[in-house]
Design a protein around this ligand. Structure first.
Ligand SMILES: [Mg+2]
Length: 257
């Protein structure tokens, strides 16, 4: 499905891209424990099959079951972690692009978000790459970064995943090309700013992500950029050609007494 004109226009102004895992990152329960839970199985028409082959009951029934199920003590950590919902809503309001890169199923995540009170419009704001999208976390993150780099407005990338390996692969996807480009021997972190992107990365225990802190860091970077008249693009312009010719007569006259 191709993007509408409005979508393209709003994408062209995106300054912040969020690459977020779902289970254990936005929720308090790691993926494996989520997809093998009673509650998850109760949403499957084929509970004996693995989650990636799950055929789910219809969306509205999933939402209803989740609303009831998430209130039970044993399922509470399957819901959105404290502050994760506020973070998502704040990032939507800021016009950030939010890619949810999960090994779970997009159908489940959408139903979960609705059960947790996110609106249809808010949920439409998210782009999903799930277990059946045939993309690794690295591949999905790389696609998202490259797509947004084309808009030349991207300044910040936020990467969060409770799985350390997945976190590293997504974070690396924000830096890969930059790592291949060396500027005066500067390291990948520095040259990653060739993308225009400062990377705020977090790898925490399931349910322990400090989203207010991530937001604070983003706001600090935005404030610093607003004070800094020199934009990033000009920082990395080829240096002006050095004057390697003898000073002009005029200059000599002025300087030699
Ligand atoms: Mg996870």
């Amino acid at each position: 499905m191709s993007a509408t004109r409005e979508e393209k226009l709003s994408e062209s102004k995106v300054e912040t891209l969020c690459l977020l895992d779902v289970d254990g990152t936005l929720t308090g329960r790691a993926g494996r424990e989520c997809v093998t839970s009673e509650l998850y199985k109760s949403l499957q028409k084929n509970p004996d099959d693995s989650y990636h082959k799950a055929e789910f009951i219809n969306h509205n029934k999933m939402v209803s079951k989740l609303i009831v199920g998430l209130k039970l003590k044993e399922n509470m950590t399957m819901g959105l972690a404290p502050n994760a919902k506020n973070f998502l809503i704040t990032m939507i309001k800021k016009g950030a692009a939010i890619h949810l890169i999960t090994k779970n199923r997009a159908e489940y995540v959408k139903a979960l978000f609705e059960a947790e009170g996110l609106s249809e419009n808010q949920i439409k704001h998210f782009k999903f790459s799930d277990v059946n999208s045939n993309k690794s976390k690295y591949g999905a993150a790389e696609d998202a970064v490259q797509k947004h780099m084309e808009n030349r407005s991207l300044k910040y990338v936020i990467v969060c995943d409770d799985n350390t390996e997945d976190f590293r692969s997504m974070e690396y996807a924000t830096k890969e090309d930059a790592a291949e480009i060396e500027i005066n021997g500067k390291d990948a972190w520095f040259s990653s700013q060739l993308y225009g992107g400062n990377v705020i990365g977090r790898n925490s225990e399931p349910g322990k992500f400090n989203f207010p802190d991530i937001l604070k860091e983003l706001i600090k970077l935005e404030a610093a950029a607003a004070k800094e008249p020199l934009n990033k693009a000009s920082m990395f312009k080829a240096p002006e050609k050095q004057q390697d010719i003898a000073p002009s007569d005029e200059l000599q006259r002025l300087t030699i007494k």
